[in-house]
Design a protein around this ligand. Structure first.
Ligand SMILES: Nc1ncnc2c1ncn2[C@@H]1O[C@H](COP(=O)(O)OP(=O)(O)OP(=O)(O)O)[C@@H](O)[C@H]1O
Ligand SMILES: Cc1ncc(C[n+]2csc(CCO)c2C)c(N)n1
Length: 260
């Protein structure tokens, strides 16, 4: 019997409920940040910016908190680490955070992996003693921008398939459901859904079975060029998925109900 893997977007809730004692790492990318990024920040124990992601933090977080002094906001939202090939971060932003004590890790020699890859590798290496099943990485600004970047970001999920990584935009989130498990997705309907999708990402799926969706799959095949499940709708509080291949799960975010 395949092992059960449970999923829940608890980091979208206003107060940290953390029954699994998960450690959250937040990575800020260089694309428009979700308006609820301050909430993600609050949930995280380790906060990184991928290169130009530091510009986004510097520019956009003060705009999300318009009643506060921008300088105070920037001092409060200090990343632990900025890492990447450092071709996008502005000089004044780099100096600002360096002066606050943020660790700046310049890996401009490596032009074969993305800045997101470099940040995930950093978190993986700096938490060697942490049981990987307790580590959750959430990535803000990962979707809705340049398609090559989006695909690069999804590829990082597959490269680090032993780590639970969620990509987020203002409108949706996504993560991999690895093959060989039975998946149980707890739907937090106040902050996510009802739109969802289930997409075979590496190879075609010969057999996928779901419950809890408007258009459930029953031992169904899915592949690009054939059937993939887009524009599906969550119907129950719990969705279950079993498949012979890795699938990408995506669900819409109800940002109007998210309070930082
Ligand atoms: N438009 C975008 N959409 C989605 N993700 C993005 C986008 N722009 C950047 N990113 C993510 O943010 C990370 C840091 O961005 P940054 O602009 O510093 O990268 P970069 O390596 O300079 O990109 P490039 O040289 O291809 O423009 C990237 O590795 C990528 O994961
Ligand atoms: C086949 C191939 N395609 C593209 C790149 C370029 N590239 C990929 S990741 C990266 C770093 C971005 O910060 C760069 C420049 C490569 N090396 N190999």
């Amino acid at each position: 019997m395949a092992e059960l893997m449970s999923h829940s977007s608890l980091f979208l809730l206003p107060t940290p409920i953390n029954p699994s004692k998960a450690t959250y790492g937040l990575i800020v990318l260089n694309h428009r940040l979700p308006s609820f990024t301050p909430l993600l920040w609050k949930h995280a124990q380790l906060r990184l910016c991928a290169d130009g992601g530091a510009n986004r933090l510097y520019d956009e977080i003060p705009e999300m908190l318009p009643n506060e002094d921008p300088i105070d906001v920037r001092l409060r939202f200090k990343p632990d680490v900025i890492k990447g090939d450092m071709d996008s971060i502005r000089r004044e932003v780099r100096e600002f955070y360096a002066n606050l004590g943020t660790e700046i890790l310049d890996e401009s020699d490596d032009q074969d992996t993305t800045d997101l890859h470099k940040c995930v590798a950093f978190i993986k290496n700096c938490t060697p003693n942490l049981e990987k099943s307790n580590l959750r990485i959430i990535v803000a600004g990962a979707l809705g921008g340049r398609f090559d970047h989006e695909m690069g970001n999804v590829n990082v999920l597959l490269k680090f398939s032993d780590i639970r990584i969620t990509l987020l935009s203002e409108d949706c989130l996504l993560y991999i459901l690895p093959r060989g498990h039975r998946h149980e997705i707890c739907i937090l309907s106040s902050v996510e859904g009802p739109h969802c999708g289930l997409i075979p990402i590496g190879i075609p799926s010969k057999s996928t079975t779901t419950t809890g969706l408007q258009w459930d799959l029953t031992d169904s095949a899915m592949e690009f060029g054939g059937l993939i499940s887009t524009s599906n709708i969550v119907r129950e509080e719990k969705v279950t998925v079993s498949s012979d291949s890795d699938l990408l799960w995506t669900i819409s975010i109800r940002k109007e109900n998210i309070y930082s």
